[in-house]
Write a protein that binds this ligand. Structure first.
Ligand SMILES: NC(=O)c1ccc[n+]([C@@H]2O[C@H](COP(=O)([O-])OP(=O)(O)OC[C@H]3O[C@@H](n4cnc5c(N)ncnc54)[C@H](O)[C@@H]3O)[C@@H](O)[C@H]2O)c1
Length: 350
């Protein structure tokens, strides 16, 4: 069989290589650089093709495709969200994604994105908080201590300067796991027995719980003046974390309104409820936090541009460091129009 030419090969970042890549750079540096890369792409927001993601819903969860393009590159992510998976020993969220060259349509990268999604979600949250949280915030309540939680804690340490995280989960084993993983991180870690206790002294609260229902992780009485809420667990129709009364008192910031109105906390509100687009805060076209007493809410659902930025970031880093393998992914006939001939010759005896 004729060996394929270089045109057949697409760099692939496996889970093993993603972990090597992240360790070669350092987790906090990756989170900081990702936050900067995502912020940079948010300044180019009008350039991108945008659409709410395509969801395939079932009783147990959702499978989603998240495409976007800046005209030069095209990216998409396949991601699932299945809150009851952990009971079967499976993760709630898994993902992989692809980056392609728009001019030729050829893929330039295939990558695992389960680890990368956790990194990009945390980097996006921290980047949003850099613009919205009260100045000098040092203590964050972290409610929901599953797969995403440590990434959130580390991103808020690296990007926002958080010094203490106060953990709460309905499952004490999840809190113990999170505390164990954060020991030695430089963060003060306090395990709490209720969300109320976790909120004591916190000026930022992150909710990253998983439950396929309208849940009430935070009630109105728990949110005092000046708090920044980073709500990332409500990211699907019929799946929210905050009591509606909190939304009525908050200045709400979102990624892409047509998607967030379907999936975010604001699905509880009328379709014209005022929201501010985060990219406009970053470009200076809209105001972020306007007073120390204001309650700000980042209603984060995860948008395709964040995955695009993350794919571009790891593509560049992997090519530099060699943390990838080449996949024989594109059929490569000698004559581009002789695909059948290539297949037929492969069946001939050597
Ligand atoms: N916005 C985004 O961009 C984005 C990205 C990734 C994941 N997510 C969402 O974040 C959430 C967390 O993801 P994960 O991978 O960490 O899930 P996970 O299943 O690993 O962890 C979720 C944790 O929430 C806890 N929990 C459930 N109900 C709770 C309650 N009422 N109070 C306190 N804790 C509760 C569970 O015990 C579990 O430990 C999911 O809903 C997921 O869909 C959002």
């Amino acid at each position: 069989m004729t060996p394929p030419s270089h045109l057949a090969f697409v760099p692939f970042i496996s889970v093993e290589n993603m972990m090597r890549l992240v360790h070669s750079i350092g987790v906090e540096t990756v989170l900081t650089e990702l936050a900067d890369a995502i912020e940079h792409d948010f300044t180019r927001w009008p350039l991108f093709d945008k659409t709410p993601r395509f969801g395939c819903h079932s009783e147990t969860g959702v499978i989603e495709l998240m495409p976007t393009s800046d005209g030069e590159f095209y990216g998409f992510k396949y991601v699932n969200g299945h809150p009851t998976n952990t009971k079967q020993g499976l993760q709630t969220v898994t993902a992989f994604g692809l980056l392609a060259d728009v001019a030729s349509g050829y893929p330039v990268l295939l990558s695992e994105m389960t680890v990368l999604t956790a990194l990009r979600t945390a980097a996006t949250s921290a980047m949003a908080a850099r613009h919205l949280a009260p100045k000098g915030a040092k203590v964050m309540a972290l409610i929901g201590n599953g797969a995403q939680s440590e990434f959130q804690a580390m991103a808020f340490k690296a990007v926002v300067g958080i010094e203490e995280v106060r953990l709460y989960d309905i499952d004490a084993a999840a809190t113990a796991k999170c505390a164990r993983n954060l020991a030695g991180s430089g963060l003060k870690v306090t395990a709490c027995r209720s969300s109320q206790e976790a909120m004591e002294g916190a000026t930022i609260v992150t909710t990253c719980t998983a439950d396929k229902q309208f849940a009430t992780i935070l009630t109105d009485n728990m949110i005092g003046d000046g708090i920044h809420i980073n709500a990332i667990g409500g990211d699907c129709p019929g799946k929210t974390e905050l009591h509606k009364d909190i939304l009525l008192r908050s200045q709400i910031f979102v990624e892409y309104p047509p998607q967030t109105r379907i999936e975010g906390e604001i699905q509880q509100m009328p379709a014209d409820h005022p929201v501010t687009e985060l990219w406009q805060v970053i470009t200076g076209e809209a105001e972020g936090r306007t007073s120390p007493s204001q309650i700000t809410l980042f209603d984060g659902v995860g948008f395709a541009i964040e995955d695009f930025s993350a794919l571009k970031y790891v593509h560049e880093r992997a090519l530099k460091t060699g943390h990838f393998v080449q996949l024989d992914m594109i059929a490569d006939p000698d004559d581009p129009r002789d695909l059948f001939g290539m297949l037929a010759r492969a069946g001939e005896p050597d």
